[in-house]
Design a protein around this ligand. Structure first.
Ligand code: FAD
Length: 447
């Protein structure tokens, strides 16, 4: 363990304590002045929900830019940024070439509190808010989108599912592990069901002691590192998707196996596996939530998770941008001047940064709306759709800005571009996001 991460961890933890108490003053002197005047969390959480038609008196709302972060969130951003550049960056290229995650990084993610951002302190978590998780995911992706997705899936899908739907016994048993040393996977997709997720074929039957699960899951993130799997299976196929139920499966349970680890185009350090469930017996206390509610849980959790992927894509776009502009404005000269000084380059750079900033606004707005208890489904879909498009566009241009140096595997430019492709695929493809957006718009605009 490096001294850096020792230095960071108390900061993140302390930030979590601040968040849970909604205190802001004590660390003010060590943090940027932007946040010193008031708690922006208050500004957002104080806004009554618009769903009730309960519009606030706007004169009561402090004028707060969308990117204005609370002190806790600033601490998160600063510490994760430092951790990513000091600890993760030196390993990024090697992990990509080896197509595997360095176990030491996973250990340090836990030690930093980055695997338990929203888990309450009573369970050993950092006790922070959703936007803090989003900021952490964004900062990690700026350096390595693979590490970012590990943190994203673990926090926004797995931890959220247990916190929201787990019984007290499940929370007591698993949250302390998920907060400190146990990676989780979220197992919904199957060979026969991707976009049409609820056509899944994995079945569960009730037994005297619990349940027996049979089937296969495909493309499961974190599966190699995980020891805790949330598995969706149909307990009553006669009810169609209304039979889908969520279960917790521990690694090592008889009949559970990793059938294959995928070789991928991008995010190669992140494991993606096919899992087999061959009469896997789970005790009845491993039922997650209620029978037949699995499809609702999956929809709700993925709506939140999508904001995480949008943050990942925004961070990726910024990382690709920064990597390239440092080169064109400091290193590479042609025709007697830095190549970034040609107007043809500068316009592309300006356009790209504008798009990254617009993507971030969509992401933060979706996150704030979720925290304010407002309907954020369309916002999350728009954020993911747009951020993944921006990530693809900017990382592709960044390769071109760097010319040959962008194309070789010496630096990270080509990796950002490869990594960007997944943004339009997982947690709902771009077409599926557009279906959601259009469906909600049509509802709003149909007489
Ligand atoms: C690296 C990686 C990690 C993943 N991690 C996980 C994970 O941890 N857990 C998990 O459960 N799943 C995971 N997935 C699965 C992922 O969510 C699916 O790949 C995704 O939902 C798309 O499903 P599909 O691949 O079957 O594509 P398909 O559904 O076969 O889609 C193929 C094409 O058809 C289009 N299409 C499909 N339906 C429609 C429609 N109604 N309208 C318009 N176009 C449509 C799609 O947009 C796409 O372009 C992961 C996938 C990858 C590649």
């Amino acid at each position: 363990m490096s001294s850096i991460s020792h230095a960071i961890r108390p900061t993140v933890r302390a930030a979590g304590r601040l968040a849970s108490r909604n205190l802001v003053a004590s660390r003010a002197s060590t943090l940027p002045s932007l946040t010193q005047t008031r708690s922006p969390l208050r500004a957002f959480s104080a806004i009554p929900s618009r769903r009730n038609g309960d519009f606030p008196d706007l004169t009561d709302i402090p004028t707060t830019p969308l990117t204005h972060l609370s002190e806790v969130e600033v601490a998160m951003k600063d510490t994760v940024s430092k951790f990513a550049s000091d600890v993760i960056l030196p390993k990024v290229r090697d992990m990509d070439e080896a197509e595997s995650m360095d176990p030491a990084i996973v250990e340090q993610l836990f030690e930093q509190g980055l695997m338990s951002v929203e888990i309450p302190e009573e369970y050993g978590g950092a006790g922070m808010n959703f936007t803090a998780a989003i900021i952490g995911i964004e900062e990690l992706a700026r350096v390595d989108p693979s590490v970012s997705v590990m943190v994203d899936v673990h926090n926004t899908l797995v931890n959220t599912a247990v916190m929201k739907y787990g019984s007290n016994a499940l929370k007591k048993k698993y949250l302390p592990k998920l907060a400190t040393n146990t990676v989780g996977s979220f197992c919904l997709s199957e060979p026969v069901s991707g976009s049409d997720a609820f056509a899944l074929a994995t079945k569960a039957v009730e037994t005297a002691d619990g349940f027996k699960i049979t089937g296969s899951k495909m493309w499961i993130t974190n599966a190699m590192e995980a020891e805790f799997y949330i598995v969706f299976a149909n307990l009553d196929p006669s009810k169609g998707y209304k039979g889908i139920t969520a279960f917790v499966v521990d690694k090592g349970t008889k009949g559970f196996s990793i059938a294959k680890k995928e070789k991928k185009l991008g995010i190669r350090a992140s494991s993606t596996c096919v899992l087999n469930f061959d009469d896997v017996e789970v005790p009845k206390e491993n039922l997650l939530g209620e029978r037949g509610q699995g499809y609702k849980y999956a929809i709700g959790i993925l709506n939140e998770g999508r904001i995480g992927i949008a943050a990942q894509m925004t961070g990726l776009a910024l990382g690709a941008f920064e990597n390239a502009v440092k080169y064109v404005w400091n290193d590479r000269k042609q025709f007697g001047q830095f190549v970034g000084e040609f107007q043809g380059m500068q316009h592309q750079i300006a356009q790209s940064y504008t798009e990254i900033t617009a993507a971030r606004h969509l992401v933060y707005n979706a996150a704030r709306k979720k925290e304010a208890g407002e309907d954020f489904v369309m916002d999350a879909a728009m954020a993911k759709l747009y951020a993944s498009q921006v990530a693809g566009r900017v990382s592709g241009l960044a390769v071109e800005w760097m010319g040959g140096m962008g194309f070789v595997r010496e630096g990270l430019a080509e990796k950002y571009w490869r990594d960007s492709k997944i943004g339009a695929i997982y947690e709902g493809t771009s077409n599926i996001q557009m279906n959601t957006i259009a469906k909600l718009l049509q509802k709003e605009y149909t007489n």
